[in-house]
Ligand binder design. Structure first.
Ligand code: ADP
Ligand code: ADP
Length: 226
């Protein structure tokens, strides 16, 4: 059951006077349901570019992106945006929660935008918060929560619309090692339970080693890291 499939994905940026840089030179990747894969790469190697193309925030120059078996190539901007909202969850190093809303509301709002009824949306939000161990924080605003709690809420929000794919860019990069470990455990529980596929960029090699596979972005291609 392949949830995310990239084949021959290429991306070149034109940097003006310095010429062109080929950031992705034929990326192939297949992520199965329930799989967690680490993406490691030095800064500037093209990690964000890869995550953005996989997550339908950006388009490739060549190659194919399939999510849950559906070809995402050649879509209109409008259709790509709609599919991104349904099929992809993003988590970043910083939580980007809306500061004026509670944890619960932060998870409810994307569902309302997606046409889910409020009662259903709240039930799902509570279920997710309980699952990552922050149910008691449902009524708190982000500023009243610890960094680890904020990141757990951000995971719940990313999963609010039941995406097929979760893309994370240094999701624990802002946390101390002990908290990072616990928060990663919460993320792992969510991924295994929901059966989505997760691609997680990280510089934390201990964390990477806990995932199913470690891929390294090298010269614009993905290689299995030992
Ligand atoms: P990483 O996330 O691994 O640090 P990025 O994907 O952000 O790498 O960037 C890879 C390379 O592509 C860098 O050389 C960066 O300067 C370049 N790049 C990224 N986005 C753009 C853009 N919009 N225009 C031109 N160059 C870009
Ligand atoms: P950085 O990796 O540079 O710290 P972020 O991880 O916060 O930055 O975001 C990476 C990029 O993704 C940024 O350029 C941001 O504008 C873009 N981005 C984040 N979320 C969204 C979104 N929901 N829609 C469009 N672009 C987004």
């Amino acid at each position: 059951d392949v949830m995310l499939c990239l084949s021959g994905v290429e991306k070149t940026y034109n940097k003006g006077e310095t010429g062109e840089v080929r950031v992705l030179a034929g990326v192939d990747l297949a992520l199965a349901r329930g799989e967690m894969v680490a993406l490691v790469a030095p800064s500037g190697a093209g990690k964000s570019t890869l995550l953005h193309i996989a997550g339908l925030l950006d388009t490739a120059d060549a190659g194919k992106v399939e999510i849950a078996g559906e070809d995402m190539t050649g879509l209109s901007d409008r259709r790509r945006t709609a599919l991104r909202r349904q099929e992809v969850g993003f988590v970043y190093q910083f939580h980007h929660l809306l500061p004026e809303f509670t944890a619960l509301e932060n998870i409810v709002l994307p569902q309302l935008a997606d046409g889910v009824a409020r009662k259903t949306a709240e039930e799902r939000a509570r279920g997710l918060l309980d699952q990552v161990g922050v149910g008691a924080r449902a009524g708190h605003r982000p500023s009243a929560m610890s960094g680890g709690e904020q990141q757990r809420v951000a995971f719940c929000r990313a999963l609010a619309n039941s995406p097929s794919v979760l893309l994370a860019d240094e999701p624990t990069g802002n946390l101390d090692p002990g908290t990072a470990d616990q928060v990663f455990g919460a993320l792992e529980g969510l991924v295994r339970d929901t059966g989505l596929a997760a691609l997680i960029a990280t510089h934390n090699l201990e964390l990477a080693a806990k995932m199913d596979r470690v891929l390294r972005l090298d010269q614009g291609r993905l290689v299995e890291a030992g």
